[in-house]
Write a protein that binds this ligand. Structure first.
Ligand SMILES: NC(=O)c1ccc[n+]([C@@H]2O[C@H](COP(=O)([O-])OP(=O)(O)OC[C@H]3O[C@@H](n4cnc5c(N)ncnc54)[C@H](O)[C@@H]3O)[C@@H](O)[C@H]2O)c1
Length: 251
């Protein structure tokens, strides 16, 4: 690589974001690591630096417009440009039937998974355009194709983010900005641990049945797909959602 590409990864403190940061550090990218979990974010930063990467960590709540503006500003101040953006921060909330959700749970989920992702795009894309283009991965979900049981609001946010991915594919081709949705199904992270605590045995059984057979992924396996989507695959996969369900067919 003649000049190291600069990648911004949100939700990089744990799970997929951390695995991706470490893999991209090994591959020589310069990293801007974003998360609201400062302690775990600092561990990811150390791990990235241990692999020889130039990297910074910026504490940000992605649902805050001021925080998003700040991480973009810090990225440009540190490295002068953004070549790649991984819009990955996300949450699940305790799983219920739709009418059982509180409206403040709706606001929180939409705020992080959808508005947070939109704000990232809003402030990163102009930096990419000024630099001649860039590639984006939005971390969506098998819930972007089909909701699992008791997961209606989360699924709605991931459908919405898949729609933004398609819109980028449609709108930005002549500006050299490309976006791919990467959709894990069952990925071995802790995101769902507290979400399932609301489920009775009956509801848990229904949730499992609605998920269908698939090969559970490690975050490292999904990180490899993200890197392909950001690099070799960016132009031809532009505007699509890549189903990473390990054999479960959704499309
Ligand atoms: N694990 C799965 O089975 C699965 C399946 C499909 C999609 N996903 C998606 O993958 C992405 C990564 O999740 P993961 O499974 O690695 O879980 P994770 O909980 O380990 O990672 C999510 C990261 O986002 C950060 N985050 C959450 N809210 C934030 C906020 N407001 N501001 C900044 N950072 C915030 C967390 O601190 C964490 O570091 C998410 O978008 C998730 O919806 C996960």
């Amino acid at each position: 690589m003649s000049e190291s590409k600069v990648v911004v990864i949100t939700g990089s403190a744990t799970g997929l974001g951390r695995s991706l940061a470490i893999k991209m550090a090994e591959q020589g990218y310069r990293l801007v690591l974003v998360d609201f979990n400062e302690a775990a974010g600092a561990e990811t930063l150390e791990a990235a630096k241990a692999h020889g990467a130039e990297a910074i960590f910026v504490k940000a709540d992605v649902s805050s417009e001021a925080d998003v503006q700040n991480y973009v500003k810090q990225a440009v101040e540190a490295f002068g440009k953004i070549d790649m953006f991984v819009n990955n921060a996300g949450i699940m909330i305790p799983m219920r039937l739709l009418h059982e959700y509180e409206s403040n749970e709706f606001d929180r989920l939409i705020g992080v998974n959808f508005k947070g992702a939109f704000l990232g795009l809003k402030y990163v894309i102009p930096v990419m355009i000024e630099n001649g283009g860039g590639s984006i991965v939005n971390t969506v979900s098998s819930n972007s194709f089909k909701p699992t049981a008791y997961n209606g609001l989360y699924s709605a946010t991931k459908h919405a983010l898949a729609a933004l991915t398609k819109s980028i594919g449609q709108d930005y081709q002549d500006l050299n900005v490309y976006a791919v949705g990467v959709a894990p199904n069952t990925m071995k992270t802790n995101i769902g641990a507290s979400a399932v605590t609301t489920l009775t045995e009956d509801r848990l059984a229904k949730l499992i049945a609605s998920t269908g057979p698939n090969n559970a992924a490690t975050p490292e396996e999904i990180a490899d797909v993200v890197i392909f989507a950001l690099t070799t695959g960016a132009v031809m996969l532009n505007g699509t959602v890549v189903n990473c369900a390990g054999g479960q067919i959704y499309q």
